[in-house]
Design a protein around this ligand. Structure first.
Ligand code: SF4
Length: 476
């Protein structure tokens, strides 16, 4: 039986969240709550690894609350630990749950990864050629093996990490445990987020994909991990190590637009405020005469509020979400699929009837859900339905850790905005411009990855154009 884990819309999925804690107390309950705060980043599997004289790991398919019972915390003792919530971009297999670990000659090594290594296959092939035997053939296992070899040869963990990172191409935010030492590291472009915090009671230090996890476990935000930085967490503080050459940054813009929780702050930019500014800018770029602005719950809420402020049109909740739908069966026919969307989100007739409605959402991938929502609003009595989108049109795959790997999945890859408007049957449709987005994020354009809206990527991807590339491939 197939299961569809999609949100109310056909949105891309984030690929994982990580956490690491070192403290003067057992850390597994804190990792548990930190992972729950990061659950939006991955719902397929969850895992915790801790160390107390030996490595203990528990992981499995499902949400954090499904995988762990309170008695599991006693089976995960120790003052150092890492955790992971998982969403698979490649093939989803239960054994791919993380943290992945190996008991090596230099110690027990466990790793949790958010991101994708573009050269993972080459790394695996090279290690296999050198006689290594894989259990999962995963990029995480490859990193552990490389790390163990480096530690064995130079006996200096930070230098070993640096040497291994030289071999990695792609996006990574790792939390890593080598016996009782914990490190977190971020790729030289800072593609995926990672931040550091300190427990308010002074008992230790935390690192996590998003600051919301620090809030929940009772830690104060200290700073973001810098691109190209490895940080060793100890109960007394952080030790920073440079692991990569200074590159221009390439923070994934989609973290602010859609993936991250609105109450997180990433690379000094509040996710909620960024969404609000995007909506405001959208209202200025593509004004519309209407009676009510409505968000598509939940991720479109900040954008819609900003649009309301920018346009002067009142915002109202005209779409109600059923919060208790996590999984639905993939429906066999169109009629059943319409039911499945209505089950997840339903219009409030009192808000919609007789009104010219603007709906604001963060992005459109295939357009199928947006089409159904427009239809639903018309059936609910809306006289006009206008659609405003808080990202530029998605036109190209993501190779760096987000589940948008197929160019054909994007409605905008080969259609004009007018063609898309016709497909979703709205009265008007507008996306924020790239310039508008960059301004709303309060960042430099060159500090962002915009690969999926520009087809230009921060790292070398075979067959794709590199960001800042001035010449055609092979043409000097
Ligand atoms: S390609 Fe798009 S989704 Fe992927 S990292 Fe870059 S901005 Fe983010």
């Amino acid at each position: 039986m197939n299961l569809d884990t999609s949100d109310i819309s056909d949105k891309p999925k984030e690929a994982c969240g990580v956490i690491a804690i070192v403290a003067d107390k057992d850390v597994s309950p804190y990792i548990y709550y930190g992972l729950r705060a990061l659950q939006h980043r991955g719902q397929e599997a969850s895992g915790i690894a801790t160390y107390k004289g030996e490595l203990k790991v528990k992981k499995g398919p499902g949400l954090v609350a499904d995988v762990f019972k309170s008695e599991d915390m006693e089976k995960l003792p120790g003052k150092v630990g890492i955790g992971h919530v998982y969403y698979s971009i490649k093939v989803s297999k239960p054994e791919n749950a993380q943290p992945q670990f190996l008991r090596t000659g230099v110690g027990d090594i466990a790793i949790a990864h958010n991101g994708i290594l573009v050269n993972s296959q080459q790394l695996v092939d090279k290690l296999k050629k050198a006689g290594k035997h894989f259990i999962h053939e995963s990029e995480e296992e490859a990193v552990i093996m490389m790390l163990a070899d480096e530690i064995r040869s130079i006996d200096d963990i930070p230098r070993a990490i640096k040497n291994v990172c030289k071999e990695l191409i792609g996006s990574y935010a790792f939390s890593l445990m080598i016996n009782d030492r914990a490190f977190v590291l971020r790729d030289p472009y800072g593609i995926r987020p990672l931040c550091l915090g300190k427990f308010k009671d002074g008992s230790g230090y935390v690192a996590a994909s998003e600051s919301v996890a620090l809030d929940i476990v009772g830690a104060d935000f200290v700073r973001d991990v810098m691109p190209g930085e490895a940080v060793e967490l100890t109960k007394d503080g952080f030790k920073s190590h440079n692991i990569g050459p200074a590159m221009s940054r390439a923070h994934c813009f989609f973290e602010w637009v859609y993936f991250a929780r609105a109450d997180s702050i990433i690379d000094k930019v509040s996710v909620y405020e960024a969404r609000k500014r995007i909506g405001w800018r959208l209202a200025k770029e593509s004004p519309v005469i209407a009676d009510v602005v409505m968000p598509i719950p939940d991720s479109g809420r900040g954008h819609a509020y900003g649009f309301s402020l920018g346009s002067g049109i009142k915002m109202n909740e005209g779409l109600m979400k059923n919060r208790y739908i996590h999984r639905t069966f993939i429906m066999p026919n169109q009629d059943a699929r319409d039911i499945s969307v209505r089950e997840k989100v339903n219009p409030v007739r009192a808000v919609v009837e007789g009104k010219r409605v603007v709906i604001v959402d963060d992005s459109i991938v295939r357009g199928t859900t947006m089409k159904r929502i427009v239809k639903m609003l018309r059936e609910g009595g809306a006289t006009e339905v206008h659609v405003r989108i808080g990202s530029p049109p998605l036109i190209a795959p993501c190779y760096l850790g987000i589940d948008m790997t197929d160019r054909d999945q994007f409605i905008a890859s080969d259609r004009s905005i007018e063609d898309i408007r016709e497909v979703i049957n709205s009265d008007s449709l507008a996306y924020i411009s790239v310039d508008g987005l960059v301004e709303a994020l309060n960042m430099e354009r060159d500090d962002l990855c915009l690969g999926c809206v520009s087809s230009e990527y921060p790292v070398n991807i075979p067959g794709e154009r590199r960001r800042f590339q001035k010449t055609l491939e092979g043409f000097v």
